[in-house]
Design a protein around this ligand. Sequence first.
Ligand SMILES: [Zn+2]
Length: 152
Amino acid sequence: MKCLTINPEAIDIDALVERGTSLHGHCGPFLVLGIRMGLQALTLLHHPGYFGLRAESEAGSTPPLSCLNDGIQVGSGCTMGKGNLSIVGNSRPRVRFVADDGASISIEIRADVLRAVQRGEIDELGTLLRRRPADELFAWTSPTSPSTASSS
Ligand SMILES: [Zn+2]
């Protein structure tokens, strides 16, 4: 069985948002933010996505915040069906990504971006969110490296 990979540098973000919209049913800001967040996790961890990585989301199961989780599935390839996406919290737009080699990172939507989305100040249904630099959308911990995690 051939497994797919995701290359965040080469991805067509518009096509990916379209795919996400087909999965999710509508295109909202949290869907787009989830896609961007998943891609950013792959970039920071230098990971090909889909397998060998798990995502632990604190975005819960109540829309619109939980729409983030569908974006995570599209952007990182961590999915409910494969068991490598789990919901571990219920109120925070933060996701921890852990690679099989022990490297991990937590990424959270910046407070100012979250407020703007919640106030409806970011409209165009995510068009702006597709192109903004990741560091203007998210804050993240510095990745823990596999060597420090596994060295005795
Ligand atoms: Zn939604």
